[in-house]
Design a protein around this ligand. Structure first.
Ligand code: ADP
Length: 309
């Protein structure tokens, strides 16, 4: 499958690199406002291909996206000194207006995969601008937070993260919700599993894992200014689920008709992802405090998205 990437900055290029290494695409096309950057990233990623899987990597303009099955939207502008969040958001919404127009002219059939932050708001913006059905506009959402939750929980229980099924719901950001009530390890509720292996999930353990998930991006940004490898790999994972019609259950963002009483809001829930995009959305069993936190997360996102229009 041909995959377009609009925005060849750190996140876009990391996604292209991950796709090349995982064998997730037959062709990757980088498009950027800066043609020189797109060309350079394409050449650099292409040099990894002889060590990985066959994949044609190139740069081009929007026309080069023709026939793409998925287009990753990773374009965005940086915050100006003193600029508030809403003004930055409006400028990024303007970027998306240009980008989506270009993408849809060249590749009207493409599924859109939104990576630009704040990803839930940008997913809602992309859905509005593209007029595509919501299930064809997917945001990377909490895919990374969920992976980190599983990895920390698996570490505590002494099992592989692949044997842990647990999700981070809601906003990809401060209001996100770690769903402990629905978490399972080897089909057992995690608390039962934990008791059986002598590793109880105490309040301290819960707080440590919660902070480990919620603060991860802050820690990375403190050390290196931004994050890109993790999300690049997460984007490649979503592309593979689409390409191979895997029907994998992934926590990704999408405009959702109703969540805890909040209507038409983009956020993450566990969703079945295949060739046509999101095929189904699950409503995990939540503890009362988790349901309340998810409602708050949905309200925060709904309000921010509303300020943009
Ligand atoms: P991130 O860390 O999120 O990847 P970057 O600033 O590294 O952020 O990358 C964002 C990319 O988006 C930049 O390469 C920038 O040139 C690109 N970009 C910004 N506006 C547009 C636009 N209108 N069309 C295409 N690309 C754009």
């Amino acid at each position: 499958m041909k995959v377009g990437i609009v925005g060849a900055g750190m996140v876009g290029s990391a996604a292209g690199y991950a796709l090349a290494l995982r064998g997730g695409a037959s062709e990757v096309v980088f498009v950027d406002r800066s043609e020189a950057l797109a060309v350079a990233q394409a050449e650099d990623v292409a040099h990894a291909v002889p060590f990985a899987h066959p994949c044609r990597v190139r740069a081009g303009d929007y026309d080069a996206l023709e026939g793409a099955g998925v287009v990753i939207l990773a374009a965005g502008v940086a915050q100006k000194p003193g600029e508030d969040r809403l003004s930055l958001l409006s400028r990024n919404a303007e970027v998306f207006a240009q980008v989506i127009e270009g993408v849809q002219r060249a590749a009207p059939e493409a599924l859109l995969l939104v990576a630009s932050n704040p990803v839930d708001i940008m997913t809602q913006v992309a859905c509005n601008l593209s007029h595509l059905p919501p299930e064809r506009v997917i945001g990377s959402g909490t895919i990374l937070d969920t992976a980190r939750f599983r990895s920390l929980l698996g570490g505590h229980l002494g099992v592989a993260p692949q044997s842990v099924h647990a999700y981070v719901l809601g906003e990809h950001g401060d209001s996100e919700v770690l769903s402990w009530a629905s978490a399972r390890a080897g089909s057992e509720p995690v608390a039962r599993f934990a008791a059986q292996v002598g590793a109880p999930i105490t309040q301290t353990v819960r707080e440590r894992i919660d902070a480990g998930v919620r603060r991860a991006a802050y820690r990375i940004i403190e050390g290196k200014g931004a994050t890109w490898y993790g999300i690049g790999a997460g984007l490649a994972r979503i592309v593979q689920a689409v390409r191979d019609d895997q029907r994998a259950v992934l926590s990704v963002s999408m405009v959702t008709a109703e969540v805890e009483g909040v209507r038409d809001v983009a956020l993450s829930l566990p969703r079945v992802v295949g060739r046509e995009g999101v095929l189904a959305t699950l409503s995990p069993e939540l503890a009362p405090d988790e349901a309340q936190a998810l409602r708050t997360s949905a309200e925060v996102l709904k309000e921010t998205a509303g300020q943009l229009t």
